[in-house]
Design a protein around this ligand. Structure first.
Ligand code: HEM
Length: 487
């Protein structure tokens, strides 16, 4: 295996914006020539092969997450045992599969609503990927949607604050970022107070309950909420935007996924492997240790590259190619070990729904040749994705069955089952004609509305309101669609 000859001429540099925008050639060089490479200007080693990145993540006693530096937002991600164990217990109680699946109908609804407003030329990041992911976080935290834009801005501020705190930003930048961060905290405080007054059934309520039990301090609760916003927001939006740019540039892949939506989950997994939005994970050696033959002193700072590990040819065949059927288990896009991303299932579901709705609603997607796409670089350089992604989307002329008058009840059943599965966050195999609210806890009144809305859109049918609201199960919905279309 060999990287580009002589690359990188002046040494690998974390601040190089060309490398930030497309780090993969540099990663290939590092893996081949210096898998544990000491940066020239900073006493830090970058780690690029799968074997070592995984080993470091799985050995928290030797490689700590507490970097021994103070950043404005200290949270779980920079903690070690025993504090990490305690905070992680709370997070795990909050992110149950049920709590995550509960969000599926809303994600579907929001995705449709965003595309209703974005046809023809659109800026994909701010028109779709970003508002979708921030809406989900607002739902999780019980923050009113009216504050979505503020959440969006302040999440950036918080990232910026952490960046500036490392000494790389100016004093003005740091002051500006701290101001944004305190506004963000004020929004989160209001959400926490609202939950204390009237507990509701979403992810933040578990966190608030743990504070009441004394498991967490208020400071830890606020920081956790802020981390959920920051950790879950731009990362997921970047994953979706990365996928859209690949789809826009690969019409064959677009067609394949449109014809076989069941492959979308595999596409999302390949995205998380090939373009993980989080490209840098930091650790500190707690004792002198040798890694890939390189001796590291105690307190050595390490920067791990999951995006490089995930393309290590020693781990996967043809790692730079998307293979929808690949067994990509073991990729490190969501980390591994005790800090493994607890939001992974949510991010995967969100991205899957984002692409399902996008593909179902669009005939084509292409990069806008008249506008410039801007990659994420600079203060958010640890992320890989797009700040601006101008595209041209053609609204599907007709959903596949819209014009077909000869669709059989079996076709309608298939479509309704698919919609119910997506809306409820369940597997298609869990749904049949007998599926109903009584035997499916995810099917609440909100989910029912989302399902009706999706059926009307997909099948171009206007269902009679009363009958639609009172339909008891999938079978009754199918019968209603068939009867409405017939007459
Ligand atoms: C594509 C989207 C995402 C990616 C690529 C991603 C990636 C990661 C990675 C690599 C880690 C491990 C960091 C480490 O080992 O130091 C992590 C941790 C974390 N992520 Fe995510 N994440 C994503 C989405 C989310 C979402 C949606 C949430 C929540 C809403 C979330 C919340 C967290 C939290 C709380 C941690 C800290 C866990 C701990 O320290 O124990 N992430 N994430």
């Amino acid at each position: 295996m060999s990287g580009p000859v002589g690359y990188p001429a002046e040494g690998f540099d974390l601040a190089n914006v060309a490398i930030q925008a497309n780090p993969f050639p540099a990663y290939a060089w590092l893996r081949a020539h210096a898998p544990v490479y000491r940066l020239r200007d900073v006493p830090m080693w970058v780690v690029s092969r799968h074997e070592e990145v995984e080993a470091v993540l799985r050995d928290p006693a030797t490689f700590a997450s507490d970097l021994g530096m103070s950043v404005p937002l200290m949270s779980i991600v920079m903690k070690d045992a025993p504090d990490h164990t305690r905070l992680r217990g709370t997070i795990n109680r909050a992110f149950t599969p049920r709590a995550v699946q509960h969000l599926a109908p809303r994600i579907t609804e929001v995705a449709h609503a965003l595309l209703d407003r974005a046809q023809g030329r659109m800026e994909f990041v701010h028109g779709y990927a970003n508002p979708l992911s921030v809406t989900v976080i607002c739902e999780m935290l019980g923050v009113p949607l009216a504050q979505r834009d503020a959440m969006n801005r302040h999440s950036r501020d918080a990232l910026l604050a952490s960046f500036a705190a490392t000494g790389m930003g100016s004093a003005e930048l740091l002051a500006e970022a701290r101001e944004g961060l305190s506004r963000l905290m004020a929004i989160l405080d209001a959400a926490i107070e609202a939950h204390l007054r009237a507990p509701s059934d979403n992810i933040i309520s578990v966190l608030v309950a743990d504070e009441a039990k004394g498991v967490l301090s208020r400071e830890e609760l606020r920081n956790l909420c802020a981390l959920l916003l920051i950790g879950g927001h731009e990362t997921t939006a970047n994953l979706i935007a990365s996928g859209a740019s690949i789809l826009a540039e690969t019409p064959a892949l677009w067609r394949q996924l449109k014809e076989e939506p069941a492959l979308i989950a595999g596409f999302v997994e390949e995205l998380a492997r090939m373009r993980p939005p989080l490209q840098r994970i930091a650790r500190r050696a707690t004792r002198p240790v040798t890694l890939a033959g390189v001796e590291l002193p105690a307190n050595a700072m390490l920067m791990l590259f999951p995006g490089s590990a995930n393309r290590d040819p020693a781990r996967w065949r043809d790692p730079d190619a998307i293979d929808l059927k690949r067994d990509s288990r073991g990729h490190l896009g969501f980390g591994t070990g005790i800090h493994t991303c607890p939001g992974g299932p949510l991010a995967r579901m969100e991205a899957r729904i984002a692409f399902e709705v996008l593909l179902a609603r669009s005939d084509s997607l292409q990069l806008d040749p008249d506008e410039r796409a801007i990659p994420v670089v600079g203060y958010a350089a640890g992320n890989l994705g797009w700040n601006v992604l101008p595209v041209i989307r053609t609204e599907a002329k007709a959903a596949p069955m819209q014009s077909s008058q000869d669709a059989t009840p079996q076709d309608v059943l298939e479509t309704v089952c698919g919609i119910a599965a997506t809306s409820l966050g369940l597997d298609r195999s869990d749904i049949d004609a007998a599926t109903c609210a009584k035997n499916t806890p995810e099917w609440d009144s909100l989910a029912h509305l989302v399902i009706l809305d999706a059926i009307e859109k997909a099948l171009a049918v206007k269902l009679p309101r009363r009958a639609a609201y009172t339909a008891k199960d999938v079978g009754e919905l199918v019968a209603l669609v068939v009867a409405t279309r017939a007459g």
